[in-house]
Design a protein around this ligand. Structure first.
Ligand code: FES
Length: 105
């Protein structure tokens, strides 16, 4: 299991145990993390699963596909350099201890 901490815009934190291979969005939903709505159920079509990753993690992932980039553009107000759609990010063992920020609306 991989421990991941989600930080709400308010600063409230929730640390969850995630199974490698699940998406980060699924890990959040399975553990009742607020702020990850996932309205399109992981189809990269809603951007309600937007998170900001640590730069070190962001840099070692494959770059977002074009459709993810397009959806992230809809979050323009909150988009940050390490923004990703959590439904497009797979949990891996090397993410243990990762802290993920959930942007404000
Ligand atoms: S769940 Fe809709 S874009 Fe990720």
């Amino acid at each position: 299991m991989t421990k991941i901490t989600f930080v709400q815009p308010s600063g409230v934190e929730a640390t969850v145990e995630a199974t490698s291979g699940l998406s980060l969005m699924e890990a959040a939903l399975h553990n009742g993390v607020e702020g990850i709505l996932a309205e399109c159920n992981g189809a990269a079509a809603c951007a309600t699963c937007h998170v900001v990753l640590p730069k070190a993690v962001y840099d070692r992932l494959d770059a977002p596909e074009d459709h993810e980039e397009d959806m992230l553009d809809f979050t323009e107000a909150e988009r940050q350099p390490c923004s990703r759609l959590s439904c497009q990010v797979r949990v891996s063992d090397d993410m243990d201890g990762m802290v993920v920020h959930i942007p404000g609306e």
